[in-house]
Design a protein. Structure first.
Length: 274
């Protein structure tokens, strides 16, 4: 009948083409990684297929080698320290900007996130020249401060996005009931925006954990981090232990990214229920 005919959904050629291109891009990025990573379980001494057998010998060597353990320890110390400082500075900046005018907020925000768009080599040279006058080159505190510079923008962006949906009337209400400013922020604001704060801190840790160029400029022999040690291993001793170290880096970064996404979805669902 003319009035009751049902239209079948039309096949969207452009959407299908975009989906196919997306799949091809992901395959282009992931297939080389997937093809190389199994070599970390090879029982042979070279990076070659077919593997002579399966073994955990390279992970055992990784955990028994002083250089690799030192690099892993340095990465953990610098990453945790930079994430903690970035969280304090980034959250403070986001709260301060939340009460500013739009124009002032844009100017300060652009200044704070500049390390994300600045070429890393220029920032590394600038930090080296500045820290060399302070005696911080070749020290872990210098590394932590340098990585704080690249980690703080992530916290600023994450916390600022959360504060846009925060009702400042809650802070005023807490103060009217006798709460001090510190207590109002600690007991009212921070619990509500905690997922965004933790996500920013995790982003700062991942940025520090994967950084190479700044470390090459600032680190001494005792401050080499895992990415730099991995770079040296590729250049000097290309054995499956390098792939084992890369596996650890990939699992740490992927796990933290998955945790950030889980926290984001949980935060969105909790806001939808409230």
């Amino acid at each position: 009948m003319p009035g009751s005919s049902k239209h079948k959904p039309r096949f969207d050629v452009w959407r299908a083409l975009a989906g196919a291109v997306t799949v091809l891009v992901f395959l282009f990025l992931l297939v080389p990684i997937i093809a190389v990573l199994p070599l970390s379980f090879s029982s042979g001494s070279f990076l070659a297929y077919p593997m002579p057998g399966l073994s955990l010998r390279w992970y055992e060597e990784l955990l028994a080698n002083y250089k690799w353990l030192l690099a892993l320890r340095n990465s953990a110390i610098v990453g945790i320290g930079a994430a903690a400082l970035s969280t304090v500075l980034g959250l403070s900046a986001a709260i301060a900007m939340n009460g500013m005018g739009k124009r002032t907020k844009q100017i300060i925000s652009g200044f704070l996130i500049a390390p994300l768009v600045m070429p890393v080599i220029i920032m590394a040279v600038g930090l080296y020249l500045f820290f060399s006058n302070l005696g911080l080159v070749g020290t872990l505190p210098g590394m932590i401060l340098a990585h704080t510079v690249i980690g703080t923008p992530y916290v600023v962006i994450s916390a600022s996005a959360a504060l846009q949906n925060f009702d400042m009337q809650l802070i005023r209400a807490a103060k009217s009931l006798g709460a001090s400013p510190w207590m109002a922020y600690r007991r009212v604001m921070l619990p509500i925006i905690r997922p965004a704060i933790v996500a920013g801190a995790l982003f700062a840790f991942v940025a520090s954990f994967d950084e190479v160029v700044i470390v090459l400029f600032l680190a001494g022999p005792g401050q080499v981090t895992l990415p730099v040690r991995l770079f040296e291993g590729i250049r000097d001793e290309l054995t499956p232990v390098v792939i084992a170290a890369a596996m650890i880096m990939i699992f740490v970064s992927t796990g933290l990214m998955a945790l950030i996404e889980w926290m984001r979805r949980r935060s969105v669902s909790s806001r939808g229920m409230s």
